[in-house]
Design a binder for this molecule. Structure first.
Ligand code: HEM
Length: 442
């Protein structure tokens, strides 16, 4: 006899502001407590709308396996004024699909490999800028490296002065990205230039002025250029249409915003964990020292280095949940979720599930050697039709930066206290910067 799923919704915490603020402050603590109290899935009445959240593999499979047409992006009203109407984050349906078809090849395969040497060069240049007789801050170093890498990839490496302006303006934009701006449209209010919304708009306007200057340079240049902005300016959709300037602004903003802080935070966590559990560092060094050369492709193929990056993304997912708003009702486990509500695979719950990961709070890269996890157990880059377009680029970058620096330098942590994850904007990162002393390896 078949069992009909009961109609109705899961339960969850009461109120909107309280649970949203709790989720902003400490998503893992909040979600684990709600699972204990209400079960998995649970219903969260977030400020941006109601969301059914799950960390269960079979339900995540259902969510990521659904047709893209079942969904629209979550919180479009809040995200569009922040990123722009042309951002991939807010495009929907056929527009989203054709955008991905156009952009994805720019971050893949041979194109990505062409960026490898620039990644390595940037890591070395940024590190050697520092006076190594004094401690330096890991998160600051990794942010400088990954921001320069994405700026060089998107705008080209030839005009160093323009690149530096772009880097400074991007720093200011990330610093202005208060979490509240992303969690409620109601925070988008102006008052005498003093509110988070005012600060964001000022930083964004400055960045857009620089984008326009870079676009003008492309218009005047006849020589073939390989950077992503040039590809965007020349690109045509299947119907022969070019991309509008407003649309280019939004995508550039999305690449800068999505494409550097994420990798910088992961690299910072990797340095932290490797130096807290030195047996993993020793093992990684043995692997690096045995490599025939330090070519980007050699580093990217090193299995233990790859496992270190994977484990870092498991233990500290930079984005703790991915969200999809339903266009049509969806059966999820024993519930029927109505159109208009959202569903969210909670990466942070799945990545700490003790049934999947033995001792989930321990940093153990070996768990990725000789075993693979399904895309519904391990999903640092999200999944389904919105999976991160920069995943391969980021994986390549992190292996090259980490491998190059650890092969050539010794790092020594200067503080012994535990560093824990803390909310930044939509991302999570280390609660404090991590001072290290760096020495050249003999
Ligand atoms: C460690 C590094 C990174 C992490 C952890 C990360 C994580 C994510 C996650 C979780 C999503 C949402 C996926 C979903 O909704 O299912 C996403 C989307 C996205 N990411 Fe990344 N990302 C990283 C690096 C990058 C880089 C280097 C770029 C390059 C520009 C990038 C560009 C994007 C874009 C454009 C989207 C939107 C995709 C869409 O909506 O179709 N990301 N990323």
């Amino acid at each position: 006899m078949s069992v009909t799923p009961p109609l109705g919704l899961p339960t969850g915490p009461k109120g909107k502001w309280g649970p949203t603020l709790r989720l902003i402050r400490n998503p893992r603590e909040a979600m684990e407590a709600w699972v204990k109290e209400f079960g998995d899935p649970f219903l969260l009445n977030a400020l941006n709308g109601p969301v059914v959240v799950t960390g269960r593999e079979e339900l995540i499979r259902t969510i990521y396996g659904q047709s893209p047409d079942a969904y629209e992006p979550f919180a479009v009203a809040t995200t569009t004024p922040l990123m722009g109407a042309g951002s991939m984050f807010v495009l929907d349906g056929e527009e989203h699909r054709r955008e991905r078809r156009l952009i994805m090849p720019m971050f893949h395969g041979d194109r990505m490999k062409a960026y490898g040497l620039a990644m390595q060069e940037t890591a070395m240049e940024q590190l050697t800028k520092h006076d190594l007789s004094k401690p330096l801050l890991t998160k600051t170093l990794m942010t400088d490296i990954s921001l320069e890498i994405i700026v060089r990839t998107v705008f080209g490496g030839d005009d160093r002065e323009m690149a530096q302006h772009m880097i400074d303006a991007s720093h200011r934009t990330v610093a202005a990205a208060s979490p509240l701006l992303f969690f409620s449209r109601k925070t988008h209010v102006s008052f005498l230039g003093l509110t988070p919304w005012d600060r964001w708009n000022k930083a964004k306007a400055n960045l857009f002025t620089l984008f326009d200057k870079a676009i003008e340079v492309r218009k005047r240049t006849v020589a073939q250029r390989e950077d992503i902005l040039s590809l965007l300016c020349d690109a045509k959709y299947e119907d022969g249409q070019s991309i509008s300037r407003e649309h280019i602004h939004a995508e550039l903003m999305t690449f800068l915003f999505a494409g550097h802080e994420t990798t910088a935070l992961t690299l910072t966590w990797a340095i932290y964990h490797l130096h807290r559990c030195r047996q993993h560092l020793v093992r990684l060094r043995e692997e690096l020292d045995a490599l025939p050369d330090l070519q980007p492709s050699t580093l990217a193929a090193a299995p233990y280095l790859k496992a270190v990056v994977q484990e870092t993304l498991r233990i500290h997912p930079i984005v703790t949940e991915t969200l999809r708003k339903l266009k049509t009702p969806m059966v999820l486990g024993n519930y029927t979720i109505p159109a208009g509500m959202a569903v969210a695979p909670a990466t942070v719950l799945a990545h700490h599930n003790p049934q999947t990961y033995v001792d989930p709070d321990a940093f153990q890269p070996d768990r990725f050697l000789g075993r693979s996890y399904s895309p519904f157990e391990y999903m640092p880059f999200g999944g389904g039709h919105r999976r991160c377009i920069g995943a391969a680029f980021a994986g390549y970058e992190m292996a090259i930066v980490l491998g190059t620096l650890l092969k050539r330098y010794e790092f020594e942590l200067q503080e012994s206290q535990e560093v824990v994850p803390k909310r930044r904007s939509v991302t999570m990162g280390p609660s404090s910067d991590i001072p290290v002393v760096v020495r050249t390896r003999c």
